[in-house]
Write a new protein. Sequence first.
Length: 337
Amino acid sequence: MKGVLLINLGSPESPTAKDVKPYLDEFLMDKYVIDYPYLLRALLVRGIILNTRPKASAHAYQQIWWEEGSPLIVLSRRLMDKVAPQVSVPVALAMRYGKPSIETGLQELADKGVDEVLLLPLYPQYAMATTLTILVKAEEVRKTKFPNMRFSDVPAFYKQPGYVQALANSIKDGLVGFEYDHLLFSYHGVPERHIRKTDPTKSHCKIDGSCCVTPSEAHKVCYRHQCYETTRQVVEVLGIPKEKYSVTFQSRLGKDKWLEPYTDVTVNDMPAKNIKSLAVVTPAFVADCIETLEEIGMRAKEDFEANGGEHFHTVPCLNDRDDWAAVVAGWINDWAK
């Protein structure tokens, strides 16, 4: 029997330092997130970050926490609840970190008699720290807990027509009544070394401005290329001229070189370039979360206005939009035939 597991990033159980600390430990100790050797990673995470960051992160979560719980998990459940009635197979939800775990989601499907699972990572663009770690973790759980299950997965859907159209629709709807000088596509950042590590050719990804537009098999797993390609296709659908939009990368950690340009630096500089009305969309996420609601919706807004910006507007993620739920259901139905 077939079934589907929708998988997103995850969230602490509550916006308290007590619950944020174990969540950050699981997240940051993942070798696909911070890809240092184990001892160095442990020293950095458990010796430094977990002694300083949980309190600040808890405060950030408190700013965006909903009465029903974590926005990311609430919105992911709402999406699942819209998708489930449109498909002919059982659907469950899991998070890579925190609860509900991948094991819990697979157990839910197994209890319904499912032995063939479609893994659907809720990340449009492929990256080590998102898609890859989900697939690796799911396989680990399968081998130890569900050896008779069979897996297949939905590849990065960054340029899938249904996704592109739903994203374009959401931006169009999200900008109703807002006259913007500039539309910023802000994607989650990754270290540049992650791009090179995932390059199957070991030579194509030079991050020099040309490799992302030069055809290569590396593009199937190149996060940077996929971000720019998502943007290119969406602005083409919407008819946005080149001078009215740009791409940046947010949420960097540590002192390593991450993908540029950086969102915070760009936003701070925009008012001086006579961009007084700024709209921001965050297409690396399909559900609003701390990175979209707090980092962009609050901190970036404050910085923009502090530097002379006048109007700042965030476009909501796809969340549980009807057209997005229909796209996901369509993928599942095509697979389940």
